[in-house]
Write a protein that binds this ligand. Structure first.
Ligand code: ADP
Ligand code: MG
Length: 689
């Protein structure tokens, strides 16, 4: 139930003056919500200093300035394309206001000769004259009018001016109750010298003076509000989880050691550490919710296999879910080869399984004879029942919708869940982004991995690259060739379809093709052909980004590489270098490179460390963009700018955990205040059950 004091903020936007049925949908679209509160969360992207400057001769070209002068003349344009010129004089010189396609008579009314006017706008120079084209503000000082000393500038959408948005936000500010209690811990507010919530909102949206420090302090306070609300939600979810029962599955060190002895390699330190985290989570009588974050090739499958073995040792089943048919089959092959010899029964289930084969798998799951099952979403469809499901492992987690995860968590009695993600996230951000999940990081490459040699080659040398690919195929190696587009209707041949046809002709070998427009089964078949070696060259769009593991592949060509993001290039490169032969990643680019494209390519040539690349990406693009689209659903901050405010998150987490753990010892006032905050800013939980 919402607190009455917040009712004014949860009115629909048309409660605000000037917002009628016409503007309402436009404003809703802009602020991403229908309430007054959503508008208040629409933060300015910058602030313009509109304090008056003394004199015209002090004006600086290119800057926004506010000045006062006397109207000297209004001159109609001398031809259609010329502007109407309003000349202002202030004793130190002239300033020309130019108005294109304006009605001169209307302008004469606005600018009566001999009267004073205050104008604010960008100063330009045209043919040696100081000019201001279409001032943002024109005001009459005789009426006591002044532009705001600081003007917040908002992200806009067609149909809304900044003035309109600002005026509407100012009306919304008045609806924030004056008597809201402080929800942040008192000593922290004092130490940081933070303004109250309402004062912070006012400073951000309607500053009365130009004071950047005050604006930043207000933004920081609001960011902390959001961080605290999020962490409270997560802390509560965590607390609720530790009250729900789940089977306690004891660690099985002897069984794991027996498995380790059969491996052709030693687990890395990071794999061991992650396994220990998981072991102790599963041994607790409450559901595990852990994310295993590790770069491509860091060996997440093995960690998953260890967890599955721990479950099996106590008679529990594990469901290992992959986002695609091909990845599920691949997962099955790996697990089956590793675990069947140890006496575990491993099976696969995907949408492709039909008839009696499917029936017998379903029976094995129901009677408990299958220990470990790899599959797609089919693992959790109607009619699939498990005897004793103890662990769910979700691979390449970001490919799953929230709904899938929900459905899956509803199966069985709150089993343990491990999600695995290959999207590298800067270490500093991993915990804050994953919210209510615990995180283990695999930050160590398995030993003996061949480095991948990364080369950047201008695309006028494409023939050399084709020759190199041809030679690799003759050595019985395999190559990927990634194109930026599917379409045929391009002039440079860099579409997947055109490139596949061209390579087939030039090289005279079978060439596979996968792209996003193909049906699921066609894609799977093409990938399967490549995996088994029926085709040795695979032309693809970025659909092959995730997971495909073909150890014979030694060349990754990425065409028009300058157009790809850093994370994506890194993921693509990770498809090679999985075997014992030297591998190459060739970034074919079209010169000239922009500065950012050059930096992306240089970063990629410099390092193979996904976390380092993620940090670089984060610096180049900012966290919002890095995570925005790829991880949408995992993160959507309104007030936090991660680049500036990431440090606040651990403090908020600490405070929130304390608040939840010591809820009974907290003062009634603080508890009530925190409840208010949660109503304002608690996030939609992305992973909960
Ligand atoms: P990813 O984290 O991308 O899922 P995989 O689990 O597919 O990585 O592992 C990539 C490859 O590394 C596999 O061929 C696997 O057998 C191998 N591997 C895993 N752990 C180790 C290790 N500790 N030492 C050497 N190779 C390993
Ligand atoms: Mg994997």
């Amino acid at each position: 139930m919402r607190d009455e004091r917040l009712f004014p903020l949860f009115q629909t936007l048309d409660a605000l003056p000037g917002i009628g049925p016409k503007l309402k949908p436009t404003l809703e679209h802009l602020v991403g919500g229908e309430h007054v509160w959503d508008l208040l969360l629409h933060m300015p992207e910058r602030w313009i200093d509109r304090r008056p400057v003394d004199t015209f001769d002090a004006l600086v070209r290119g800057e926004v300035a506010t000045v006062q002068g006397e109207v000297h003349s209004v001159k109609a344009p001398y031809n259609e394309r010329a502007p109407t010129r309003v000349e202002l004089f202030d004793g130190t010189g002239f300033l020309i206001l130019s108005y294109f396609r304006a009605d001169p008579r209307w302008l004469q009314g606005q600018f009566p000769v001999g009267k004073e006017r205050i104008v604010s706008g960008r100063i330009d120079e045209y043919r040696g004259e100081r000019q201001m084209s279409h001032p943002d503000f024109v005001m009459d000082p005789a009426k006591g009018e002044f532009p705001p000393p600081v003007e917040p500038i908002y992200p806009l959408t067609a149909g809304l001016t900044n003035k309109r948005v600002h005026a509407t936000v100012k009306a919304a500010l008045d609806l924030i109750p004056d008597e809201l209690p402080e929800w942040i811990d008192g000593p922290l507010v004092e130490k940081e010298n933070w303004p109250t919530f309402k004062a912070a909102m006012q400073t951000v949206h309607a500053p009365t003076e130009w004071d950047e420090d005050a604006i930043n302090l207000a933004r920081t306070r609001l960011a902390y509000d959001e961080a605290l609300a999020r962490e409270l939600t997560f802390a509560k979810a965590r607390a609720a989880r530790t009250k729900r029962p789940a089977p306690a599955i004891p660690a099985a060190p002897d069984t794991l050691n027996a498995l380790v002895k059969t491996l052709p390699f030693k687990p890395t330190g990071a794999q061991i550490k992650a396994t220990k985290d998981i072991m102790s989570d599963m041994a607790k009588p409450h559901p595990m919710r852990r994310m295993l974050q590790g770069d491509v090739g860091s060996g997440k499958t093995l960690v998953g296999a260890f967890a599955a073995v721990q479950a099996a040792a106590s008679g529990f089943q594990t469901a290992f879910m992959a986002p695609t048919e091909v990845l599920a089959r691949q997962q099955f092959d790996t697990l089956d080869a590793m675990l069947s010899p140890q006496g575990y029964t491993v099976a696969a289930l995907t949408g492709r399984d039909k008839g009696s084969a499917r029936q017998s798998t379903l029976m094995g799951l129901a009677d408990g004879s299958i220990n470990i099952i790899a599959g797609t979403q089919a693992l959790f469809q109607e009619g699939v029942a498990y005897k004793k499901l103890g662990l769910i492992i979700v691979d390449e987690q970001h490919r799953f919708g929230v709904v899938d995860r929900m459905k899956l968590a509803g199966k069985g009695t709150a089993p343990h869940v491990l999600v695995m993600s290959a999207t590298p996230i800067p270490r500093t951000l991993a915990q804050s982004i994953n919210g209510d999940l615990d995180v283990s990081i695999l930050d160590e490459k398995p030993a003996g991995r061949q480095p991948i040699e990364t080369r950047a080659i201008a695309d006028d040398r494409i023939e050399d690259v084709i020759t190199a690919v041809g030679r690799a195929i003759q050595r019985d190696e395999r190559a990927f060739w990634v194109c930026p587009r599917v379409e045929v209707d391009d002039e440079d041949g860099s579409s997947a379809i055109a490139r596949a046809a061209m390579l087939r002709e030039v090289l005279g070998v079978p060439v596979g093709l996968v792209h996003g427009r193909m049906k699921g089964e066609e894609k799977d078949a093409a990938l399967e052909d490549f995996r088994t070696g029926r085709t040795k060259l695979l032309v693809a769009t970025t659909v092959i980004e995730v997971g495909v593991d073909v150890s014979e592949a030694t060349i990754m060509v990425i065409e028009r590489a300058e157009g790809f993001g850093l994370a994506q290039l890194h993921q693509l490169r990770g498809r090679v270098g999985r075997g014992d032969k030297p591998s190459f990643c060739i970034l074919l680019y079209r010169p000239p490179l922009t500065e950012h494209a050059r930096e992306r390519i240089d970063t990629l040539r410099r390092t193979e460390d996904g976390f380092e690349i993620a940090e670089a990406d984060y610096k180049l693009r900012g966290a919002g963009d890095l995570l925005g689209k790829r991880q949408s659903g995992l993160i959507s901050y309104r007030l936090i700018e991660l680049e500036e405010h990431a440090d606040l998150i651990p403090i908020a987490r600490q405070d929130a955990r304390l608040a939840v753990e010591k809820a009974d010892k907290m003062s009634k006032q603080r508890a009530a205040a925190l409840a208010l905050l949660s109503q304002l800013l608690s996030p939609d939980l992305t992973f909960s059950d």
